[in-house]
Each structure stands twice: as structure tokens, then as C-alpha cells.
Design a protein around this ligand. Structure first.
Ligand code: NAD
Length: 375
């Protein structure tokens, strides 16, 4: 076997599909892909990036916000990068082509663990002095009407003046999100906080708590505590430095993670990974930010951080340490760029546009990647 053939055998390209999404999605996705391409070139990562349509672009071309061709691309990809989707603005009902792409992808690919880190970054303004935590949010059920029924919607109106919503909690989903949270905590400061509203939702959150406690008990090295969600909202402001990994149900996790991101510096820094057993999808925690779309104002750090989480996931799945190293360098390049007030985006009081910020992160990445002290 020639050297070239041998290296091709052991180093299969990994297919990353990017769905830019709506609003600021195309701008922040482009800036992120620029950094990924720089890492790919500099470190020989073997990533092959392709593109697909979701949201308004897909609606225009295919009559559906998440057409089957897009689903096929996602199923076949090693990793997915999804931009934010303007689901509130879709002009057609979900069952007639205006479905929520994020929800469809999370459900179809069984991306049950939404890991949402929030950390203060040295030199970057934040509302709290110190925070470094991860919210592990259950991603496939809960209070989301579009993902908690086999058929039909979890929301309905028996009369024009009465609206009801069904919240689904299962033992299996509660168990697997807690396993993901415990595994994450074991890699970090070994502290798990289980958040629920079991004092009021005694059956549904009672079930979540029962399962979470049982899983956590299998990790004797973890310090485990329990906090009610309303108290958690206060404690995140009062003593955020205490928390390490917080595990909770879908909607509580969505809301608490936005609060945590804002406290740590802003939604523009809010990365997240949706992970399952076979697929993973990088996706910022925030929405499509229509108020700043197409103005070169958005902070792309959120998708960059999300993508670096995807690289870590791929590194572990495919035993490719170079991907983990790339993720570390990308994170560091973003930290360093943000630490300088002259190279920040407008949400952090800076003057750089999305594109210029992407260039600055790329330049910093190249410096770090070529630094002989880095290994
Ligand atoms: P949003 O998260 O889009 O915006 C909230 C605020 O944060 C806005 O002021 C926005 O300008 C700012 N912001 C968000 N991301 C930013 C970034 N990267 N850089 C700088 N500023 C940023 O929330 P919204 O306005 O309530 O929702 C807009 C649309 O997004 C709605 O259709 C909603 O349904 C959808 N949404 C989608 C997702 C998703 O795709 N994952 C998540 C949340 C909301």
C-alpha cells in the first residue's frame, strides 16, 4: 500500500453540513466556517464542509422550512452546524411547510442532550464576577408542543377562550439526560445540581427527580444537590460561581441557559451542542435576532463556540485528538480576540462587524496554531 493510500485509509474525511438558517444565521455561519476552514488547513483536520437549506431559504426553494433533502444531508453528516431559525416568523403552519427545523432535527436524530455552557471570559465585561457552568437540558420532550406527541400537537383549544398545553416527561429521557450531565460533571468540578419544580409538578417533575436521583447515585464521586427552578433563577445571579453542571427538563433549561449566558457576557457568546448517540449538532442558544439581521452587527462567537464543542464530540467519537486540539485553539482565539476592547462586536461595546471579527479570530487562530509552545 502506498503512503498516500495508507493515509487516506486511516484518515477518512468527516462531512460537516452547515445550515445557515434565518436572520443573522448566514452572517454568523460564514464567519464560523472561515475559522473552521483556517483550522482545517492549518492542522490537516480532514473536514469536508457542505451546505444545505433550512428556514426561509428552504421554504422559497422547496416549499418547506426543513425539506426531506435537508434531512437526508443531516442524517448522512458526521456533524451538523445549524444557524438560528426565525420560527416565530414562518408564514405557514408547521404541518403545511413551516415546521421548526431545530425541533425536527433534534427529534429525528434523537439529539437528546443539549449542553449549554456559560462562562465568564477574562477581560470581557459580564454581569457577574465569575461563572463557569454547563446546563444539561433535556431536548426531546417537556413543554414543547411540537415534540411531545406521537400524532397531533401538544397544544390545543377546547374553546376559543381556553388553551391547554401538555407537558411530557418520561423516565427514559430523564435518565439519559442525567447520565450525560453526570459524565460532563465527572470531567469538570464533579458537582451536579438537579433542577426541577417537583414541589408543584409532583408527578411530572417528581418522575424527573426520581430518575435523576437514581442516576446520580451511581456516581459516588459527584457532589449532588437539588434546587427548585425559581430558586435557581435567583441563585444564578447571587452565587453563580457555585454551580458546575445543572441538569433539568427542556423548557427550564432553555430559560435558565439564556439567563446564564446573559450574566456571563451576553447571548452572542452562547454556544451549545445538541448531542445524541449517533449525531451531534452545533447550534447557538439564541435566535435569529431579526433586529440586527443583515447589518454585519451580530457576534458570531456563539456559533464558533458551538462548533468547537462539535469538534470535541467528533474527536472523541472518531479518536482524532487533532480535532480536540483545534477546538482548544479556536476557543483560545475567541477568548483572546474578545479580551481586547478594540476587537469586539457591538453587543460587547466594540466596533468590529461580524466579518471583521471573524477575520480577527482567524488571524489569532493562525498565530496560536503556529506557536511552537503550543503542543
Ligand atoms: P433572539 O435570541 O433572536 O434575540 C434576543 C436579543 O439578543 C436581540 O436583541 C438580539 O439582537 C440579541 N442577539 C441574539 N443573538 C445575538 C448575537 N449573536 N449577537 C448579538 N446580539 C444577539 O430572540 P428573539 O428576538 O426572541 O427571537 C427571534 C426569532 O428567533 C424568533 O422567531 C424565535 O422563535 C427564534 N428563535 C430561534 C432559536 C433557534 O433557532 N435555536 C432560539 C430562540 C429563538
Amino acid at each position: 500500500m502506498t503512503g498516500k493510500l495508507f493515509s487516506e485509509t486511516i484518515m477518512k474525511n468527516l462531512n460537516i453540513v452547515s445550515f445557515a438558517g434565518d436572520g443573522i444565521g448566514p452572517e454568523i455561519s460564514a464567519a464560523t466556517l472561515q475559522v473552521i476552514e483556517a483550522a482545517n488547513q492549518a492542522l490537516g483536520l480532514g473536514l469536508a464542509v457542505t451546505h444545505g437549506d433550512v428556514g426561509f431559504a428552504a421554504l422559497e426553494r422547496h416549499g418547506h422550512t426543513i425539506p426531506e433533502t435537508t434531512m437526508e444531508q443531516a442524517r448522512n453528516a458526521d456533524g451538523i452546524i445549524l444557524g438560528p431559525c426565525d420560527t416565530y416568523g414562518y408564514p405557514v403552519p408547521p404541518d403545511q411547510g413551516g415546521a421548526n427545523p431545530s425541533s425536527k432535527l433534534r427529534l429525528s436524530l434523537d439529539l437528546y442532550a443539549n449542553m449549554r455552557p456559560s462562562r465568564t471570559i477574562p477581560g470581557v465585561p459580564s454581569l457577574v464576577p465569575q461563572m463557569d457552568l454547563v446546563i444539561a437540558r433535556e431536548n426531546t420532550e417537556g413543554f414543547y408542543a411540537d415534540r411531545n406527541m406521537f400524532m397531533g400537537s401538544g397544544e390545543f383549544m377546547p374553546t376559543p377562550d381556553v388553551a391547554l398545553a401538555v407537558r411530557k416527561i418520561t423516565a427514559a429521557s430523564s435518565k439519559r439526560i442525567t447520565v450525560a450531565a453526570c459524565e460532563e460533571a465527572m470531567k469538570r468540578r464533579k458537582h451536579l445540581t438537579i433542577v426541577s419544580k417537583a414541589n408543584v409538578l409532583k408527578l411530572s417533575d417528581g418522575l424527573f427527580l426520581r430518575e435523576a436521583r437514581a442516576v446520580a447515585a451511581q456516581y459516588p464521586d459527584l457532589a449532588v444537590d437539588e434546587v427548585l427552578v425559581d430558586a435557581m433563577a435567583s441563585l444564578l445571579v447571587r452565587t453563580p460561581e457555585v454551580y458546575d453542571v445543572i441538569v433539568t427538563t427542556n423548557m427550564f433549561g432553555d430559560i435558565l441557559s439564556n439567563q446564564a449566558s446573559e450574566l456571563a457576557g451576553g447571548l452572542g457568546l452562547a454556544g451549545s451542542l445538541n448531542a445524541g448517540d449517533t449525531h451531534a449538532m452545533a447550534q447557538a442558544s439564541h435566535g435569529s435576532a431579526p433586529d440586527i439581521a443583515s447589518k454585519d452587527l451580530a457576534n458570531p462567537s456563539s456559533v464558533m463556540f458551538s462548533t468547537s464543542m462539535l469538534l470535541v464530540w467528533l474527536a472523541e467519537r472518531h479518536q482524532r485528538p487533532a480535532l480536540k486540539r483545534a477546538a482548544g485553539l479556536i476557543d483560545q482565539a475567541i477568548f483572546d480576540t474578545l479580551a481586547n476592547p478594540k476587537t469586539r462586536t457591538a453587543d460587547l461595546g466594540g466596533k468590529l462587524g461580524t466579518r471583521a471579527f471573524g477575520n480577527a479570530v482567524c488571524a489569532r487562530f493562525s498565530t496560536l496554531a503556529n506557536d511552537p509552545r503550543d503542543c
